[in-house]
Design a protein around this ligand. Structure first.
Ligand code: AMP
Length: 554
């Protein structure tokens, strides 16, 4: 058994190391030492995930539940815990402080020490708790962990509870550490992860069976793979110049699905690899009807088509994906159609290392045309322009330009899949808040809360957060600028004087209860810091409303 204390010590050590090479070798050394049965768990824990990426298990622990558990374990009021969080800016350090200064009920629970497996078993238990009284039971289980832990361990129990380790160990370091620990090539470790979506399993296999074992890891029906992603195309001419022949498909305005069929059992996963089968009975029955294969994994897009056969707004689809009750009624209100455009596995055979042309033939051989995305392979620019025009006229987003000889790269965004869509206008928004980053970005403000103006009341109305499009260099420059503008800080959240204006691009404006403006931005990214503008020059809520109304498909 590996004690959790040992794990905490390694985390603490890693946290103090500035360079990734040294970090990797410390992690590798630890992976080598850990007992077999805990290797998988430790490999995930160290990067802040309790369960494999593909797993639909979720802890469901938010800050208030965590603070309640620390409060109970330390016999300090929740307010004190919140105070510690404010003071340290970190739930881990706050837990440590609480356990040091409060009275722990250690002996009530156990006199022994926690092992890594003990912590994992509690987390597994917590993930099974749902429903009415689950909050209390979750708190009790967490309280047990804090009550048994030493203060130095409490740091990492708290951080694992919210799956944010803040020690700078991400997928890259874990991949390299597995390679170093067990003497297997990095590329083979990467491949194993791509196929299994679980570094825990990869580490265990590397240890037990080495390179040969890793090469035997494969795709399994029922275990989702990350989806291949697309880059923005610079233009049709450029794509044809690059690829020669291009496989052109509509870029459907919907939500990604990965369909797993094993005989009569159909499971649907969302882009985030959540199991959304229960919410999509119509998709399930349509798969059964139109997919003629025993065991297969398919990739596609689910679209909500309105009466006019145009796609409904993205958030309508999300309503379907998130629905837990009254599923049938919602399915009637928002019927889903889907278009399949790829096949990753068929009857015992992985297809991801086959070129797209070959996969496409297999796809066509198992799916009825009703559920197939039409694909045209051409090198003719005006033909592609024509398809693009039709896709937009149909209310869809644009086209995908895919390289016919490309392999399927799970989780990768490369130049073999390009997306072409009209450029949306940008909004100039005032930054009113921020959040400290994670991992490598822990010392920087990683995301910024944005607002537009309400000219009538002269108030600022929040509209979303932006965290992408910010270069490393900008990150440190911006952090320096915003440090001067801090009004208040609590946990990871910071409020700023509204002085800096960001020009932000986005995919779509959505209605939202989460922000004061009543709107939210889908996929916002920073385009420019508009140092030429002040808060008064930022865009108004009217402009947001106009853009919302002017969006296609509405
Ligand atoms: P984006 O979300 O803008 O990065 O664009 C990529 C997304 O477009 C994918 O994740 C899919 O959800 C969606 N999509 C729609 N139609 C297609 C298609 N024919 N091929 C691949 N992806 C598509």
């Amino acid at each position: 058994m590996t004690s959790f204390e040992e794990f905490a010590k390694v985390c603490n050590k890693v946290e103090g190391i500035p360079g990734s090479l040294e970090m990797t070798s410390v992690v590798a050394g630890f992976l080598r030492e850990v007992d077999d049965e805990e290797l998988g768990i430790v490999t995930r824990f160290i990067m802040g995930s309790v369960f494999p990426v593909w797993s639909s298990q979720e802890l469901g622990i938010g800050p208030s539940l965590l603070y309640a558990a620390i409060s109970k374990a330390s016999s300090l009021p929740v307010k004190r815990i919140e105070g510690f969080v404010k003071e340290t800016g970190d739930v881990g350090l706050a837990a440590e402080k609480a356990m040091e200064s409060g009275k722990t009920h250690l002996n009530l629970f156990s006199e022994g020490e926690l092992s890594v497996s003990d912590v994992y078993s509690r987390f597994k238990k917590i993930a099974t708790l749902t429903g009415k009284n689950s909050q209390d039971s979750k708190i009790k289980n967490l309280q047990y962990l804090f009550g048994t832990a030493k203060p130095g361990e409490a740091v990492y129990i708290a951080r694992l509870s919210i799956e944010e380790m803040r020690i700078g160990v991400g997928e890259g370091i874990v991949r390299n550490a597995i390679s170093e620990a067990f003497g297997v090539p990095v590329g083979i470790v990467e491949r194993g992860y791509m196929l299994t979506n679980d570094f825990g399993e990869v580490a265990y296999t590397a240890k037990k069976e080495g390179e040969q074992g890793l090469l035997k890891l494969g795709i399994e029906v029922g275990r989702p793979l990350k989806m291949m992603l697309a880059q923005v195309a610079s233009g049709i001419n450029e794509a044809v110049g690059e690829m020669g022949l291009v496989a052109v498909e509509w870029k459907f305005d919907g939500a990604r699905i990965q369909v797993h069929k094993n005989g009569d059992k159909v499971t649907i996963y969302s882009r985030k690899l959540e199991d959304v089968t229960a919410s999509l009975p119509d998709v399930v029955s349509s798969v059964k009807k139109h997919v003629n294969a025993e065991k297969v994994i398919l990739d596609g897009e689910a679209v909500a088509l309105g009466k006019d056969k145009r796609p409904m707004a993205f958030q309508e689809i999300l309503r379907r994906f998130r629905r837990k009750h009254d599923v049938a009624a919602t399915a009637q209100e928002i019927p889903l159609h889907f278009y399949l455009f790829d096949i990753l596995y068929l009857d015992g055979e992985s297809l991801i290392d086959e070129p797209m042309e070959v996969r496409r033939k297999k796809l066509e051989s198992v799916c009825d045309p009703e559920v197939l995305a039409v694909q045209t392979v051409t090198g003719n620019v005006s033909e592609i322009e024509d398809i693009y025009g039709k896709a937009l006229a149909g209310g869809h987003e644009g086209v995908m330009l895919k390289s016919p000889d490309s392999l399927y790269m799970p989780g990768k965004r490369g130049k073999n899949w390009l997306k072409l869509k009209p450029v949306m206008e940008t909004l100039d928004l005032v930054v009113v808040g921020g959040e400290w980053g994670e991992g490598r970005r822990a010392n920087f403000i990683g995301s910024y809360l944005l607002a537009c103006r309400d000219p009538d009341s002269d108030r600022l109305l929040t509209i979303g957060r932006v965290a992408t499009g910010i270069t490393d260099e900008q990150l440190s420059d911006l952090t320096a600028i915003f440090k001067e503008l801090v009004i208040s800080e609590s946990a990871k959240n910071i409020d700023f004087e509204p002085e800096v204006v960001f020009e932000v691009a986005f995919e779509e404006i959505q209605k939202s209860q989460n922000y004061k403006s009543g709107y939210a931005l889908r996929f916002p990214r920073l385009v420019n810091v508009r140092s030429d503008k002040s808060a008064q020059d930022s865009d108004s809520i009217e402009r947001v409303e106009q853009l919302f109304i002017g969006q296609k498909g509405r």
